[in-house]
Design a protein around this ligand. Structure first.
Ligand code: GLA
Length: 388
């Protein structure tokens, strides 16, 4: 990104020089889907598609926000305004407002406002965490301008609080953690129960990651996501009749099998089975990555999609078409949906010299089956939210 573009646009709109520039990435997840809110492991990394910002302080207590490509109108609100904007076109600004509210709770009242120009190349609603990208961007702008000392993990937690309490989505910590904490060319193996984490080099040899967007908007705020959270909670409660566990992430496959009779409901059984097995698969996949056993890593990633399809039932025909057609292509190690599901994106790990052919063939099948085009993105694995 040409930083002059950001500076110039900011100066033209707000008639003042920019104080600082930031980049906040999106994320993909290698494996460990729908395991964060059940205290399991996730294995995400940040990508070079994301959100850029330029900002400068104001003397009054207003925040003026303008986006180069998400919404061209200038939106102005007061620092102390906590009202949720119901206008779906302004949705991304709510993530900003949530962060302002919770950062204010954590630290002192913010005594003046700022002007902000935002520009993003992360497709909104494509399951690549555009919301967490904005939340962490907000966190960094606020931390910088007001000289706040907020631990980076705490900042990720305030992002999760924004989703949970401000937006109303019962999501876990994965997205904000990945966006804020990631390290170039590494994936983070994060235990969501303890928030202990390790950076593992994302060493894929002559393979590359291709991001495949269904171009079907997933609406995470839909009740389906929150339903899954509740179903896992109910299954956990039933297991607790005989088993001392806090979360589904606490038990392995064998323990689950022995006690699964306690659940006694087909849907709850499938949801819990996914959460338990996916967590164990994630631990195994991280080990396979460390052992440079790419074939095993690939099989575990495929198994993740199968489990999200049959047990967790969050895929849908668009994501299934992408994954299933990817599996059949020459040079494709593995593919699976990522993020919340019901649309959004999938990833495939493909031999570099087969990537073009892969995109063409999968794109053709998708167009024929679904009736509109999928999009393909290649992205670098980058550091979490930072100053430019
Ligand atoms: C969304 C949520 C995350 C996580 C994933 C599924 O991205 O924001 O917390 O639950 O779905 O793994």
């Amino acid at each position: 990104m040409n930083t002059a573009f950001l500076k110039n646009n900011f100066e033209q709109i707000f008639k003042q020089p920019a104080a600082d520039l930031f980049f906040s990435p999106g994320r993909i997840n290698i494996i460990g889907e729908h395991t964060d809110y059940t205290g399991g492991h996730v294995f995400p990394c940040a990508i070079s598609l994301g959100t850029y910002a330029a900002y400068g302080p104001r003397a009054d207590k207003k925040i003026a926000v303008c986006s180069g490509n998400m919404n061209d109108d200038l939106v102005v609100f007061d620092l102390d305004d906590r009202e949720l904007e119901e206008n779906p076109d302004h949705k991304w600004i709510n993530y900003f407002k949530g962060m302002i509210a919770y950062v204010q709770d954590e630290s002192q009242k913010l005594d003046h406002g700022f002007n902000l120009y935002v520009w993003g190349n992360l497709p909104y609603g494509a399951g690549l965490s555009s919301s967490a990208s904005i939340e962490m961007l907000a966190g960094h702008v606020l931390t910088e301008e007001y000289g706040l000392e907020i631990d980076p993990v705490k900042l990720a937690q305030l992002g999760q609080k924004t989703e949970n309490d401000f937006i109303g989505l019962s999501s876990g910590i994965m997205d904000q953690f990945a966006v804020n904490m990631s390290k170039k060319d590494h994936a983070i193996l994060l235990d969501c129960a303890t928030l202990k984490y390790n950076y593992l080099p994302l060493d894929l040899g002559d393979y590359e990651i291709i991001i495949m967007s269904t171009n079907k908007k997933h609406s995470l705020a839909d009740s389906a996501y929150n339903d899954r959270v509740q179903e896992c909670q109910e299954a956990t409660n039933r297991l607790r009749q005989k088993l001392a566990l806090e979360r589904l992430g606490d038990i392995d496959e064998d323990t689950f099998d022995e006690y699964s009779y306690l659940i006694n409901d087909e849907t709850l059984l499938k949801r819990a089975r996914h959460a338990v097995f996916e967590n164990q698969r994630t631990i195994k996949a991280a080990k396979a990555m460390q052992d440079k056993d790419l074939d095993r890593l690939g099989r575990l990633i495929n198994a993740s999609h199968v489990s999200l399809d049959f047990d967790y039932e969050v895929t849908g025909k668009e994501l299934d078409t992408l994954a299933q057609s990817a599996w059949k292509q020459e040079g494709c190690l593995c593919a699976r949906m990522i993020g919340g599901g019901f649309g959004g994106s999938a990833i495939a790990i493909v031999k570099e010299d087969k990537a073009e052919d892969f995109k063409e063939k999968v794109g053709k099948i998708y167009q024929e089956k679904i009736g509109y085009a999928a999009s393909f993105y290649e992205a670098k694995i980058v550091d979490g939210t930072h100053k430019l």
